[in-house]
Design a protein around this ligand. Structure first.
Ligand code: NAD
Length: 487
């Protein structure tokens, strides 16, 4: 994907064509390591959302009447188009999100799985024939599409977080209006539109409107948008829930986390520090499923801190496009400054940095910090940076109580030499996802991904949970003869 030959330069994707926004505005597509603006995306406004919604409504009706084989066929063609463009997509993701090649490759393969699993889903939205209390009545419950789904995505995994919603929503007969983050208008939006255009998608069923808060808000409030699917911060999710609640609109929120990695006293220490480093630092700690709290049994604590610090010190940090490094830049100055502030506050409250702790340009060194007060923001808030605060506990009961002492509930991991002990511990954790003896960042297209508490509202992403998410149930009856009523 050379930077100047895309169809999407300065454009939006509306009704099957790449067109200029009503206002003529653009968003710079920024290389996060060098700061270079290497392309321009169109910047949508409310007027563009209205134009897109007008065409999507009619397109959705026709799309839902297509056979499941036709809907599945489109998703397979999109997967093939992504395969054809994998190398250029990889470069785009690396530049736009500041990640290493391995994370970009993961996004491409995960998005491909989302597409192929969703293709299978198209034929699985089955209903039920119900027994009826009325003689002769034919009574059934069928699945129907929700209609027009407004999808709002964050910047950290722009391709796969978009695709995990777009693909099942389309498979089940909905149309999608996508607003990617302004940090990733290309890999999170317009480059995805190119795949649908190449795959021959009917005009209007999938449209892309890169833009700011105003565009997101219009998607939420637009009367023709029947459902809002939001992935992003808990703070913004709460605003969207309030707005959508007032409109009595179906809403699904995939939000932030403050996830714990718990190391029990019988864990293998080498394994634990490796899993700890991956859970805490991968993609600069900028994922909802990063471990931001490392809770370690006292007997292993010194060895854990030493091993984790050694691994942190060995990680190279730099421009992932021009150098072979382990971590790239932070997404923007705001996130970087916030992370530094959380760290500084924790140090002022008595914490001690044992690895990292500083940045050079946009590159934040992986950091290990001990003695963190449980009253600090570093411990209580989602950090979104490569910082691993370690807390020492004296018993399994204390580990469980500390892990559950958070309003979030996205994912936790527990490490132990005894898998059954791990299962028992896992069942005490209040989180939508728990992994025994593996890292916190896990995702599979078939598994129900999502959180409890302040980490999410609505259903889950993945597998048959998507049928619940993107369809409504309709009770349909047929009465053979004339019915009789008293008046
Ligand atoms: P964000 O909440 O700032 O923005 C997310 C999206 O919402 C962006 O497209 C943004 O433009 C839009 N937006 C902002 N304000 C809005 C409003 N008032 N109305 C409508 N749309 C609005 O999040 P971010 O910084 O892009 O992403 C990081 C956050 O996302 C983290 O909190 C992370 O945990 C979360 N996240 C969650 C998951 C999950 O599956 N649970 C996955 C990835 C990221």
């Amino acid at each position: 994907m050379g930077s100047h030959d895309q169809q999407w330069q300065e454009r939006l994707f509306i009704d099957g064509t790449f067109r200029r926004p009503a206002s003529g505005g653009t968003i710079g597509v920024r290389d996060k390591a060098s700061g270079e603006i290497f392309a321009l995306a169109g910047l949508a406004t409310e007027a563009d959302v209205d134009a897109a919604a007008a065409t999507a409504t009619a397109a959705q009706r026709a799309w839902s009447e297509r056979t499941y084989a036709e809907r599945a066929g489109l998703l397979r063609n999109v997967a093939a188009a992504l395969g054809d463009r994998a190398a250029s997509f990889r470069e785009l993701i690396m530049r736009e999100t500041g990640c290493i090649a391995g994370k970009a490759d993961y996004e491409i393969s995960a998005a491909t799985s989302e597409l192929t699993e969703a293709a299978g889903l198209a034929s699985r939205a089955v209903g039920e024939v119900l027994p009826s209390g009325h003689a002769g009545r034919f009574s059934l419950s069928e699945r129907i599409p929700v209609g027009l789904v407004g999808v709002i995505t964050p910047w950290n995994f722009p391709l796969v977080l978009g695709m995990r919603v777009i693909a099942p929503a389309l498979a089940l007969g909905n149309a999608v209006l996508l607003k990617p983050s302004p940090e990733t208008p290309a890999s999170g939006g317009l480059a995805i539109a190119e795949l649908f255009a190449a795959a021959g998608a009917p005009p209007g069923i999938f449209q892309v409107l890169p833009g700011d808060v105003e565009v997101g808000q219009r998607l939420v409030t637009h009367p023709d948008v029947s459902m809002v699917h939001f992935t992003g911060s808990t703070h913004v999710g709460r605003q969207i829930a309030r707005e959508a609640g007032g409109l009595l609109k179906k809403v699904s929120l995939e939000l932030g986390g403050n996830n714990a990695l718990i190391v029990l006293d019988d864990a293998d220490i080498e394994q634990a520090t490796m899993i700890g480093a991956w859970s805490g630092f991968h993609y600069q700690g900028q994922t909802c499923i990063t471990a931001g709290r490392h809770i370690v049994a006292r007997g292993l604590a010194d060895a854990y801190v030493e091993g984790l610090a050694k691994r942190a010190d060995a990680i190279t940090v730099g421009n992932t496009v021009t150098e072979n490094v382990g971590l790239g830049p932070m997404i923007n100055e705001h996130q970087q400054a916030r992370a530094q502030q959380l760290l500084d506050e924790a140090v002022a409250a008595g914490a001690r940095i044992v690895a990292g702790g500083s940045s050079e340009g946009p590159f934040f060194r992986p950091t290990v910090v001990v003695g963190v007060s449980r009253q600090t923001r570093l411990w209580n808030e989602e950090i979104f940076a490569p910082i691993a605060p370690v807390l020492v506990v004296d018993s399994e009961e204390e580990a469980l109580a500390v892990a559950n002492d958070t309003p979030y509930g996205l994912v936790n991991s527990v490490l132990t030499g005894d898998p059954y002990r791990g299962i028992r511990f896992a069942r005490g954790l209040r989180a939508g996802m728990v992994h025994v003896n593996d890292a916190t960042p896990q995702d599979e297209a078939l598994a129900p991904f999502g959180g409890m508490g302040q980490s999410g509202l609505g259903g889950r992403s993945g597998g048959d949970a998507n049928i619940e998410e993107f369809t409504e149930r309709r009770w349909l009856t047929v009465t053979p003869g004339p019915a009789h009523y008293p008046y």
